[in-house]
Design a protein around this ligand. Structure first.
Ligand code: MN
Length: 212
């Protein structure tokens, strides 16, 4: 079974504990677009901190041991559960991001996805341009997404830890636009980070596996 959004988050759990799921590639596999230095801090420090925080926040609560998706949906929009939501959603979003990238990424999607993209955006280039614009115009920290909404493929963006899995859409791909995702390699040049990912690393096979 290929990895997709329906099965990957089980890798983040061991019993009732949440663990740092393995990266789907070596930490230097995305060079030169994303350096091993960036990846080791992003995965080993940022992502791992969300995992540690989540375990601490959930210890002894009714949510302990539930799936990440359940926790995210159960705590979304609740001010007194914001810390749990933020850490659970960041664990999920980061796993989704690692799978959205591939050392063999870029290029063109498979025929079925490409046809859906062309029906929704007119062309693959128009889709990539809208995806890039969403990533560029997300003010401050957040995420740009390609999602499936019924028969349509749509671009979305979310702030901070927000995730489209709380909405009635199906995520296909994401790009992390928090500064920690690119600052060591690109400093303030988010546009270069985003466009290089879209050309060289974006994992269209993962997007196809996520299509319903
Ligand atoms: Mn991040």
């Amino acid at each position: 079974m290929s990895t997709n959004l329906d099965n990957f988050s089980a890798a983040a759990q061991f019993g009732s504990e949440y663990i740092l799921a393995p990266l789907p590639y070596a930490d230097n596999a995305l060079e030169p677009v994303i350096s091993a230095n960036t990846l080791s801090f992003h995965y080993g420090k940022h992502h791992n901190t969300y995992v540690v925080n989540l375990n601490n926040l959930l210890a002894g609560t009714d949510l302990a041991g539930q799936s990440l998706e359940h926790i995210i949906r159960a705590t979304a929009g609740q001010a007194d559960k914001a810390a749990i939501f933020n850490n659970a959603a960041q664990v999920w979003n980061h796993m989704f991001y690692w799978h959205s990238l591939s050392p063999n990424g870029g290029g063109e999607p498979a025929a079925d996805l490409k046809q859906k993209i062309e029906a929704s955006f007119g062309s693959l280039d128009a889709c990539k341009k809208e995806f890039s614009t969403a990533a560029m115009t997300q003010f401050g920290s957040g995420w740009a997404w390609l999602v499936q909404d019924g028969d349509k493929i749509v671009v979305a963006k979310t702030g901070n830890a927000e995730s489209p899995i709380t909405q009635h859409v199906r995520p296909l791909l994401t790009i992390d636009v928090w500064e920690h995702a690119y600052y060591l390699d690109y400093q303030n040049r988010r546009v270069d980070y985003v466009n290089t990912i879209l050309d060289k690393l974006i994992n269209w096979d993962f997007a196809s596996a996520n299509l319903k």
